[in-house]
Design a protein around this ligand. Structure first.
Ligand code: CU
Length: 153
């Protein structure tokens, strides 16, 4: 049952993958979007793989959505043995022909001031704003941390 559920969530994630061909130079493709289950009162975070098949760098400038008071672009990093997060106010560069993996402990979409806690099985919609590709709608299925699909590419 557990394995079936995981497989099903993976299929959902793949079905929800989107491609934005806003112009000829930037071709942003997003795979396996998901958001983390959150305890009451706690923030949540969103994760995904962003690929740029284009010939010029693109920049993820912002994330927006109606389910949280504040949505930000963050990077987690270890500093003196402590995990810290910093808002990426200049945006996050998605290099031409490259990709950036948003995952726990690294880049993530930060959702603060949630209207209600994220529960596994729910789906939340966000809009990503790219410098070149423009706005990209994305659906994030909520999953337990342990249900994180394996990244295979
Ligand atoms: Cu954060």
């Amino acid at each position: 049952m557990k394995i079936l559920l995981k497989y099903w969530l993976l299929l959902i994630s793949m079905a929800l993958s989107v491609t934005a061909f806003a112009d000829a130079v930037s071709q942003i493709e997003i795979h396996q979007p998901w958001a983390r289950v959150s305890p009451p009162g706690a923030p949540s975070a969103g994760f995904m793989l962003v690929q740029n098949h284009g010939s010029s760098d693109d920049v993820l400038l912002s994330v927006s959505g109606d389910f949280a008071a504040r949505l930000e672009l963050h990077l987690s990093h270890m500093e003196d043995g402590v995990m810290k997060m910093t808002e990426q106010k200049e945006g996050i560069v998605i290099p031409a022909g490259g990709e950036v993996l948003f995952k726990p402990g690294s880049y993530h979409l930060m959702f603060m001031g949630l209207a209600k806690p994220f529960v596994a099985g729910e789906v939340y919609r966000v809009t990503l704003q790219f410098e070149q590709a423009g706005s990209v709608e994305l659906a994030l299925p909520v999953q337990e941390m342990t249900d994180m699909p394996a990244m295979k590419h």
